[in-house]
Design a protein around this ligand. Structure first.
Ligand code: ZN
Length: 170
């Protein structure tokens, strides 16, 4: 397995959209294994999307595990939100946006239903709420070329970017 480099904002590659997976073959499974290797090899990582990693052509895949013992892996391929309701406004950070320094509250749906393929290539539907729902929305945004900064009001985003450039100068 290979650890893949996590892209740092404002790398333009973060705007790439994940390519839909047609068949979950050995090549795709190797990519998923590398993504989990990267996830578990990165401190305080809850989830990663392929589009925030330095792949030549990232696929629409996310790996998620925020369990305490890192023993509850979830891989979603071509995930799509098919239902959402409610609202939450919780702090988010991102492994690509100076996670040790920057966090901001983001408006998200409280509950979502996601349709995806699992690692076996089977169609699944996943209902989630709270933290997991937030996490799914954050990762699916990545796969569409968005970071949580794109979800902030212009004022809040600017404040965060000012902070970011100060950190980068150091
Ligand atoms: Zn992120």
């Amino acid at each position: 397995m290979t650890k893949i480099r996590i892209l740092d904002y404002p790398d333009p590659k973060l705007k790439r959209v994940g390519k839909k997976v047609d068949v979950v073959n050995e090549e795709v499974k190797k990519i998923i294994a590398d993504m989990f290797e990267t996830h578990y090899g990165t401190e305080n990582c809850a989830a990663l999307a392929a589009t925030q990693l330095d792949f030549a052509e990232p696929l629409a895949i996310t790996v998620i595990d925020f369990s305490e013992n890192k023993d509850d892996p979830l891989c979603l391929i071509n995930p799509e939100i098919i239902e959402s309701d409610g609202e939450q406004f919780e702090y988010e950070g991102c492994m690509s946006v100076y996670p040790d320094h920057l966090h901001e509250r983001v408006k998200r749906a409280e509950r979502v239903v996601v349709s995806a393929l699992n690692e076996q290539g089977e169609r699944i539907e996943l209902s989630a709420e709270g933290f997991m729902a937030k996490c799914l929305q954050h990762e699916i945004d990545h796969l569409n070329g968005l970071t949580y900064l794109d979800r902030l009001s212009p004022l809040k985003r600017q404040r965060l970017l000012d902070k970011l450039y100060k950190i980068k100068k150091k």
